[in-house]
Design a protein around this ligand. Structure first.
Ligand code: PLP
Length: 392
């Protein structure tokens, strides 16, 4: 039996039609399959590989850590240099109020931790979240995602969760002294890349402050330069009370984090003690990889080049069948008239060496979220393939 057959036989499936490409190697913005076919990666592992696949500095840091120690003890008990150094570097590049990092295994676990932190800090239960926002697949995160299709089979879910329209005044008005937290994506990714008005985000911040509600921003997908600024919240001139990170945080290794002020985070150490615990959260190899990846982002000009690369995509992605291209940096949604059209084009792109897919809540939109390392030459080649696939 070959790998593909074994995959279908023994690896649990999440859909009846997985992509099932057998990738044997990845580097920079390229992937190679078992037949030696090359692909330009327009997905980056869903916003993970911002510094490209297997950046040499990330690989070097992982190898160095392998020679020192792997897992030692549950999160938070021992001083582990990769965690300490990474927390220091991240917080050095955040507003001063965000000075305490709780590392987790994944984005969803960061969401869970942050919701618990908000309940424990405020003594309140109401959570306000947004329609067409995605926050993860665990039961707490599932409770707050904004699409009933994905939630309905798993009830009962968390009580006292309100789903409102992203960008609406109704949402601002709904925030009261009863609200523990508002959790929002600064750019709604899985809806197909929607950026709210700056004034709305500022009004959200203002109302949360006025009501003592924690504003949690989910930058699991938008963080680490994806939108052209290191953090998307910078574009709105606001600071969240809690910042959620994941995906690119680990430089290609599994890692999540929720970040808050130490005075808020301290609640998880008391009544009950061990308010959030995790065995592998902040694994030293993952932190070493993430630390190296962030150093690459800060040293190289990848973030500064995002807008130029976005402009090149926008210039080249012109075709009458494209209804709209929405973008915020290198997070782009190319909208067609239907899922069927999109699927046909995606399949043709993959057949011709360009890996892309669709968005969870916007199946009619093609996802373009490449490694930030993608070169202008690769962008031109990828767009040529996309346009040819549309013309069919
Ligand atoms: N939040 C956002 C905005 C995401 O895009 C995702 C994953 O796609 C998550 C949370 C959940 O992260 P994870 O899949 O690591 O649990």
């Amino acid at each position: 039996m070959n790998q593909r057959e074994l995959f279908f036989r023994h690896v649990a499936q999440t859909s009846t039609a997985p992509l099932a490409l057998e990738i044997v190697k990845a580097a920079g913005s390229r992937l190679w399959d078992a037949d030696g076919k090359e692909y330009i990666d327009l997905i980056a592992g869903i916003s993970v590989c911002n510094v490209g696949h297997r950046h040499p500095r990330v690989v070097k840091a992982i190898k160095k850590q392998l020679d020192e120690y792997l897992h030692l003890l549950v999160y938070g008990e021992l001083v582990q240099s990769p965690q300490v150094q990474y927390a220091k570097l991240i917080t050095n590049h955040l507003p001063g109020s965000l000075n305490s990092v709780f590392f987790t295994n994944s984005g969803a676990e960061a969401v869970e931790g942050a919701m618990k932190l908000a309940k424990r800090t405020t003594g309140r239960t109401q959570i306000i979240a947004f329609k067409q926002s995605y926050h993860g697949s665990t039961q707490g995160a599932l409770s707050i995602i904004g699409d009933e299709y994905w939630r309905q089979a798993f009830r009962p879910l968390l009580p006292d969760v309100w789903h409102l329209d992203h960008g609406s005044m109704e949402a601002i008005e709904a925030i009261t002294e009863r609200t523990a937290c508002v959790i929002a994506e600064p750019v709604q990714a899985e809806r197909g890349v929607f950026t709210p008005a700056k004034a709305w985000m500022q009004a959200l911040r203002k109302k949360c402050t006025a009501t003592g509600t924690l504003l949690i921003l989910d930058e699991i997908q938008t963080g680490f330069g994806r939108t052209g600024t290191l953090w998307a919240f910078e574009q709105f001139n606001i600071t969240p009370d809690v910042l959620l990170l994941g995906k690119a945080l680990g430089g290609g290794m599994p890692l999540g984090a929720f970040i808050a002020n130490q005075s808020v985070m301290g609640h998880l150490a008391d009544n009950p003690v061990l308010g959030h615990i995790t065995t592998f959260g902040g694994h030293p190899v993952c932190c070493a990889a993430g630390l190296a990846a962030l150093k690459v982002l800060l040293k190289e000009t990848l973030v500064q080049e995002v807008q130029q690369k976005e402009a090149l995509f926008l210039k080249l992605l012109k075709h009458p069948a494209i209804k709209e291209v929405r973008s915020n940096g290198l997070m782009m949604a190319v909208e067609f008239d239907s899922y069927d059209t999109n699927k046909r084009i995606i399949d043709a792109c993959i057949a011709n060496g360009v890996l892309t897919d669709w968005f969870l809540f916007a199946p009619q939109c093609m996802r373009i979220v490449p490694p930030l390392t993608i070169s202008p030459k690769e962008i031109k080649r990828a767009c040529k393939v996309i346009i040819a696939a549309i013309s069919g």
